[in-house]
Design a protein around this ligand. Structure first.
Ligand code: UD1
Ligand code: MG
Length: 453
């Protein structure tokens, strides 16, 4: 790979009207990550020194997302969308004096691979002044066409402006282009809007470069990489492409997926070797799972960490801040939020653990609930090591249960339970000998008297 300095320009000004959405198109997620972040992520393959994001529609939201994913990204604004060359031109000041290459990516095109970008950098290193990314389209439709003459990229013609002959070529333009930044802006300054769409086409820089005797090269990639998202249907297709790829990567890395097509990952999901994921599991963003874990069917996880040998589900929900230590068990219909579950601790059935710490080796009985919210504020529950929380215990936070302590089933715990203590907080049981039979006899008599009336 080349050692040349690079900068990245990501176009993200478009409205995306066909999404029919209040959310700017580039912020729609694939694998839980905005499309724009995918584009920024692929650009990282070239270790850009400067990243410029061109915003337009929904600029404030897009800028915030860009900076969240890529701190230090420069944001420039394209007030009016007058074409792709006009969009790139907005980055000129941000890159003034930058001596190195610029690569143009698109906020709505999430799958350009690191290998492809490296191949473009290699073509630059091999002597091309300008490198344009193309692909052989199964259905070339309305894509711009790359016209290659004697092995060199001669020009790009937009579909609207192409002749019948030019339209027959299947080598299409992805829009991704790489050139020295100064050359890029110089060429763009010569672009006019004298074309069928009345727009400043970035694609015109290829013809302009050739007219100067410069060398333009076309690098090709798989069509799947250039998938751009314009509609919800394309968003769904992109999600499918992403999931298929992540499932393969997970399996290749030693994760068992019993029914891969039913498991959905986020872009940042990390899972260790020999972990088994049963069918119908969904990973939201921010999940880290160690090796030898079992995630049972129909579980939903986001923002959670799961330690080695732990078991989760079936039908479990891990919400942000859930941290499960090694060998812990979170069973069916258990929800854990912002809580640390200690090594070997168990909450196997029908429980809510929120804003809590559960010490190692503790057992949380079925139906236990940490009452963490008083309608205004959140409060913590602290459970020590080896504690036994009886079934259907309500822990009214802030409250603690000490090491080796025990709460009786059905208790409502409102004050701290010391280490080793037993807390019973429920009405005393009374026994009335024979009363059940007498009561039933009386009710039956009443019923037959009513029928007689
Ligand atoms: C562009 C290419 C075409 C290529 C196709 C690939 C040009 C002139 N044409 O066409 O050769 O086959 O992409 O999908 O470049 N954008 C801005 N500001 C603007 C205009 C566009 O930010 O003023 C952004 C859009 O939001 C979009 C991208 O640039 O993300 C491409 O623009 P679009 O209008 O979709 O170009 P196409 O007509 O598809
Ligand atoms: Mg387009």
């Amino acid at each position: 790979m080349t050692e040349r300095r690079t900068s990245l320009i990501v176009l993200a000004a478009g409205m995306g009207s066909r999404m029919a959405s209040d959310l700017p198109k580039v912020l729609h997620p694939v694998g839980g990550l905005p499309l724009l972040a995918h584009a920024l992520e692929s650009g990282k393959a070239l270790s850009p020194e400067v990243v410029v994001v061109v915003t337009g529609h929904g600029a404030a939201e897009v800028a915030a997302a860009a900076q969240a994913h890529c701190p230090g990204a420069e944001i420039v604004h394209q007030a009016e969308q007058r074409g792709t060359a006009h969009a790139v031109a907005q980055a000129k000041d941000a890159l003034a004096g930058f001596e190195g290459d610029a690569i143009v990516l698109y906020g709505d095109t999430p799958f350009i691979s690191p290998d492809t970008l490296c191949a473009m950098a290699d073509a630059r290193a091999a002597g091309a002044d300008l490198v344009n990314l193309g692909f052989i389209a199964a259905d070339p439709g309305r894509y711009g066409r790359l016209i290659v003459v004697d092995g060199r990229l001669d020009r790009i013609v937009e579909f609207k402006d192409a002749t019948e002959d030019e339209r027959r070529t299947t080598l299409c333009n992805s829009g991704v282009v790489m050139a020295p930044a100064s050359l890029l802006f110089d060429l763009i300054s010569q672009v006019s809007d004298d074309n069928a769409a009345g727009e400043f086409y970035l694609t015109d820089i290829v013809g302009l470069a050739n007219a100067r005797g410069l060398h333009c090269a076309a690098v090709t990639c798989d069509e799947a990489e250039t998938l751009g998202i314009n509609t919800r249907a394309e968003l769904a297709r992109a999600e499918a492409v992403f999931q298929t790829r992540r499932r393969s990567e997970m399996m290749a890395a030693g994760v068992t997926l019993i029914a891969p097509e039913t498991v959905f990952f986020a872009a940042d999901t990390v899972i260790g070797r020999d972990t088994v994921i049963e069918p119908n599991v969904i990973f939201g963003p921010g999940v880290w799972i160690d090796g030898q874990v079992r995630i049972r069917a129909f579980s939903h996880l986001e923002g959670a960490r799961v330690g080695r040998g732990a078991s989760v589900g079936p039908y479990a929900r891990l919400r942000p801040g859930a941290e499960l230590a090694e060998q812990s068990h979170i069973g069916n219909f258990v929800e854990v939020k912002n809580a640390q579950i200690g090594q070997g601790a168990k909450a196997n059935h029908l429980t809510y653990i929120g804003d809590a710490t559960v010490g190692p080796g503790s057992n949380i009985g079925a139906g236990t609930i940490t009452c963490n919210y008083d309608g205004v504020m959140k409060h913590r529950t602290t459970i020590g090591a080896r504690a036994f929380v009886g079934s259907n215990t309500l822990l009214v936070a802030p409250v603690s249960v000490g090491d080796d302590a025990l709460t009786a089933a059905g208790s409502v715990i409102v004050t701290d339970v010391p280490n080793g203590a037993l807390a019973v907080a429920r009405a005393k049981q009374a026994i009335k000998p024979g009363l059940a039979i007498r009561l039933r006899d009386r009710l039956r008599a009443l019923k037959s008297a009513q029928k007689g009336n």
